[in-house]
Write a protein that binds this ligand. Structure first.
Ligand SMILES: NC(=O)c1ccc[n+]([C@@H]2O[C@H](COP(=O)([O-])OP(=O)(O)OC[C@H]3O[C@@H](n4cnc5c(N)ncnc54)[C@H](O)[C@@H]3O)[C@@H](O)[C@H]2O)c1
Length: 435
């Protein structure tokens, strides 16, 4: 029976695994399967990424070159741009991007393109899992019809599931192998096989009753973050009006051992997930005549935060009778979060754009980002030295990377806007303005 054969191949680790899309999500996953002894084929449309991987050069900070080289040398991981390898695989996992269109609607074209390639080389006995974050219904409505070709039957001839990816780049405690995995199949057999597959690489796998439920799990998780960040950002704006230090309030509130979880204000949302995923959900809800009010409100508040940071910069400069126009402004940290090199949706981009539109002369320093593009202009990361810092009219901490020397910045800057409470451990100074 096809089901038993596939289970045997998975449990004996003879199953060949393919990962489509080798980015922040796909690469760590491919490495994890390869480390557990599976033959893994990584498939990506980027020739550059494929060539890097086959040389053992990792472009993802969470995957070390040593770790990658080991699995490449042992022939357990091979990268390719050639989709025909799909024919030979037992398990195929899709980890391609799911961005928004300019109209702020879901763009699932990458999923469709990957699924069409799978369907082109599809035959009996395979399991396909979608990991890309998407709206509830995508697996059943978009992928399933493409695999049903040639009268193949789900749960009998092939297996299909959704399993949300929960990787948290730069998290030292939780990586692919120790983050519990949720899976939901289009049939009970599909869920069982998907559980068996992930059970080989992660400690805990939780099955849910459908692909829709599994898709919704991820959107609940990320909506929860987006709404709570929106709430704490609003509290920060309130505290500012009331002359209260929001950071002090959160620190005290989190001493409550139950019923409270700390979230922190900041310069705005960033990354490929939190600013985007909830909008996938609100879009789908709208299709069903339901307005997702919390999501829209959080999105509105969070997207205003870069403007609030610019207001703070303006008041910082005002103390020295200066305006943004013509002032030298240095941003410290531009990646979307601490200790990563990922610039996707980073609020720094919006802040730089607003400042430049107002005539500000903006530079940045980020130990993880060499250059960035704003409109058509390219800006390179500057070097931090005393005379450069002293020459700046305003320094703005946007991302609190661990390896930045904050004492040096504190000692040599005229006025600092601290959007992350990065200067928490230092005695209060009049030239520091907190968010
Ligand atoms: N980055 C995160 O922290 C994170 C966390 C959880 C979930 N996710 C979700 O996982 C998915 C992937 O995100 P990511 O951050 O890994 O993206 P990424 O941009 O880092 O990587 C995607 C990779 O897919 C490749 N690709 C694009 N189209 C392709 C195609 N048709 N066939 C093969 N390869 C293709 C790209 O070249 C790229 O290497 C998204 O849905 C995202 O929302 C991301």
């Amino acid at each position: 029976m096809i089901y038993d054969e596939l289970i045997n191949r998975i449990v004996s680790r003879k199953a060949k695994v393919g990962i489509i899309g080798l980015g922040y999500v796909g690469l760590p996953l491919a490495v994890e399967f390869a480390k557990k002894g599976f033959k893994v084929y990584g498939i990506d449309v980027s020739k550059e990424r494929v060539s890097d991987l086959n040389k053992g050069n990792s472009y993802i900070l969470d995957v070390s070159c040593d770790e990658l080289k080991r699995v490449v040398k042992s022939n357990n991981l091979t990268a390719t741009t050639n989709f025909s390898i799909l024919k030979e695989l037992d398990a195929i996992i899709i980890c391609v991007p799911t961005p928004l269109r300019k109209t702020r609607e879901p763009d699932i074209s990458y999923i469709i393109s990957a699924a069409k390639e799978i369907s082109r080389y599809f035959n009996k006995g395979k399991i396909v899992v979608l990991e890309s974050t998407t709206y509830p219904g995508t697996t059943e409505e978009i992928i399933l019809p493409l695999l049903r070709l040639n009268s193949l039957k789900e749960g009998k001839d092939f297996f299909l599931a959704f399993s949300p990816e929960r990787v948290d780049p730069a998290n030292k405690d939780f990586k692919t192998a120790n983050i519990p995995k949720v899976v939901g199949g289009v049939t009970a057999e599909c869920t069982k096989i998907a559980k068996m597959l992930y059970g080989q690489i992660v400690k805990e796998v939780i099955g849910v009753s459908s692909t829709k439920a599994a898709e919704m799990v991820k959107l609940l998780e990320n909506t929860f973050r987006s709404v709570n960040i929106g709430l704490v950002n609003e509290i920060a704006l309130m505290c500012d009006k009331l002359g209260i230090d929001v950071w002090e309030v959160i620190d005290a509130a989190k001493s409550k051992p139950f019923g409270f979880m700390p979230f922190y204000p900041g310069p705005g949302l960033g990354g490929h997930c939190i600013p985007i995923d909830p909008l996938y959900l609100s879009w789908k809800a709208r299709m069903h005549g339901f307005e997702a009010r919390f999501i829209e409100l959080a999105s509105q508040i969070n997207s205003q935060m870069p403007h609030y940071v610019v207001e703070k910069i303006s008041s910082g400069l005002n103390k020295f009778k200066k305006s943004i126009n013509g002032s030298k402004i240095l941003l410290i940290g531009v990646a979307y979060k601490k200790d990563v090199n990922d610039m996707r949706e980073s609020p720094a981009l919006e802040i730089i754009k607003i400042l430049r539109d107002k005539g500000g002369l903006v530079n940045f320093y980020d130990p993880y980002v060499n250059k960035l593009k704003i409109d058509k202009a390219e800006i390179n990361s500057t070097k931090l030295n005393k005379s450069f810092l002293k020459n700046q009219d305003c320094v703005v901490i946007i991302t609190n990377h661990t390896k930045i020397d904050y004492k040096f910045i504190l000692d040599n800057s005229r006025v600092i806007i601290d959007t992350r409470n990065a200067l928490k451990g230092f005695p209060k100074r009049a030239n520091v303005i907190k968010l």
